[in-house]
Design a protein. Structure first.
Length: 261
């Protein structure tokens, strides 16, 4: 059971008891009699659960970075905030969009439900928009025939893999961010099967995909240590959770607080 569904069930249960208490139960009790424990707890916790449910469903949701696929932008253990209304208002649990506000842009760091298993949330950077042709050939990213600009930086020591990686800045749309390339790591992607996989062409050098309408092509900033659209396909619009924008805590690095791009 997802946490959103659990929270909804808890909200409905405590809300029902709160409403019954306000309308009927308190009138039937003898004057001065204490509330039963289940009524007392429900009445006390309902407002708190309601506030948490509304904030988490429509404003911001916390998320913990579980892997190194977004290094150096986001580190393992970062606690981040996800803006739930940037791309529109969605109904909780079923994730159906009811108010359309904005569309994801190239360069956005986006949280979404993993297409292979929608019970799991993933976080990656939006690279390709609907209709784009995205190529990642020999560790170089090209969008609609134009190479994405990069600038080399000092090498980055990746503590998880205990090795150095080449570090670059990359400009995707209006967003300039850092990425890592492991020049010694090569991976033949094969020909994975996923919805619209016939829109992709794989070779020993990499992959080229035409992004279907209503879908997005996403990649990790740690390019050679990221399972992303190259492996499991496109992110459908209905899987989008929101836009990540702020690191609010990392217990292993207390200085990691603030916005990111």
């Amino acid at each position: 059971m997802s946490f959103a569904l659990f929270l909804l069930i808890l909200l409905v249960a405590t809300g029902a008891v709160w409403a019954l208490e306000a309308a009927f139960l308190r009138r039937w009790r003898a004057e001065g009699a204490k509330q039963p424990w289940w009524v007392e707890y429900s009445v006390s916790f309902f407002p708190v659960i309601l506030i948490v449910f509304l904030l988490r469903s429509f404003l911001v949701e916390p998320f913990k970075i579980p892997s190194s696929s977004m290094v150096p932008t986001l580190l393992v253990g970062d606690f981040i905030l996800v803006n739930k209304f940037t791309y529109g208002v969605r109904l909780p649990v079923i994730n159906k969009k009811v108010v359309d506000l904005n569309q994801p842009k190239r360069g956005d760091v986006m949280v979404f439900r993993y297409p292979v298993d929608p019970r799991v949330d993933y976080i990656k950077r939006v690279v390709g928009l609907p209709g784009d042709e995205v190529s990642y050939i020999n560790k170089r990213l090209t969008i609609n025939g134009q190479a994405v600009p990069t600038t080399p930086l000092q090498d980055y020591y990746d503590e998880e893999s205990v090795r150095y990686a080449q570090r670059f800045t990359e400009r995707l749309g209006d967003v300039e961010h850092e990425l890592l390339i492991d020049k010694d790591r090569t991976a033949f992607l094969g020909n994975p099967a996923f919805p619209f996989s016939d829109a992709c062409r794989y070779s020993i050098e990499g992959v080229t995909c035409k992004v279907p309408q209503g879908h997005y092509f996403v990649m990790g900033d740690n390019r050679d240590n990221s399972q992303d659209s190259r492996y499991w396909g496109f992110v459908p619009d209905e899987n989008i959770v929101g836009k990540a924008f702020f690191v609010w805590m990392n217990f292993g690095n207390l200085g990691r607080i603030g916005p990111f791009r």
